[in-house]
Write a protein that binds this ligand. Sequence first.
Ligand SMILES: Cc1cc2nc3c(=O)[nH]c(=O)nc-3n(C[C@H](O)[C@H](O)[C@H](O)COP(=O)(O)O)c2cc1C
Length: 246
Amino acid sequence: MSTEVTRLIQSHRSIRKYTEEPIDGEILTDILTCGQWAPSSHNVQAYSVIVVRSSEKKQQLAVLTGGQQWVEECPVFLVFCADFYKLQQACEMNGETIAAEGVESFLVAAVDTALAAENVLLAARSYGLGGVMIGGIRNNPREVAELLGLPPLTYPIMGMCLGYPAQDIEQKPRLPMRAYVHEEQYDTDGIREALQEYEEISAAYYERRTKGKQTDGWTKQMAHYVNKPRRVHMKEFVQGQGFRLE
Ligand SMILES: Cc1cc2nc3c(=O)[nH]c(=O)nc-3n(C[C@H](O)[C@H](O)[C@H](O)COP(=O)(O)O)c2cc1C
């Protein structure tokens, strides 16, 4: 069973190489409009997107995201930002004071932004474009905020490279369904076995994709990835932007 939409979603692959072909302005506007049609918590629409086309700025962002070449090479780079600045403005317009201190505001903005971003990526793919999200935008958030003129109560959540694909790569396999979907309540029983199965499937995939350079599967890779805190500077940064996380 499938539809055009489910086939599009299930054929996802992150694309990191692009042709020289530019993205037409009307296409980009249509794609960005799709971001706004994501559902939004209490309709706060707590996100903004910065469209970066300037080669110089993309070059700077490629460095700030940890030397990611595709950030520089894509014709359009988008930066999705959580944004309560607009809500602060709405408060001021109406004689109120914003209370964005809570973890909840931080979460609301992050969730809203991510929903908009995925809509944009899917819409882009429906036009034959490809792309990849860039969490590396949080490697140097202060410098990114300065470069993009981000006001208080905003923070960059993810970048997104977009362009016409110049690579055709195998899809990265996902976890078995039973490690993802649970009926009525979480079932811990089958998780280890499902992870073992995925370890083998993913190891074979990485071996193919890297021509034998990477032979670890998902559990081994994740065990090395989540065994230490990451981007610890983020807490101080978002607090400095006005999300006190109280
Ligand atoms: C929020 C987010 C941040 C990501 N950050 C990066 C990144 O900085 N650089 C990169 O090359 N890929 C990045 N990715 C892409 C993931 O590595 C990729 O989605 C994942 O490995 C699954 O592969 P697939 O998208 O090809 O299926 C990011 C994806 C997400 C959702």
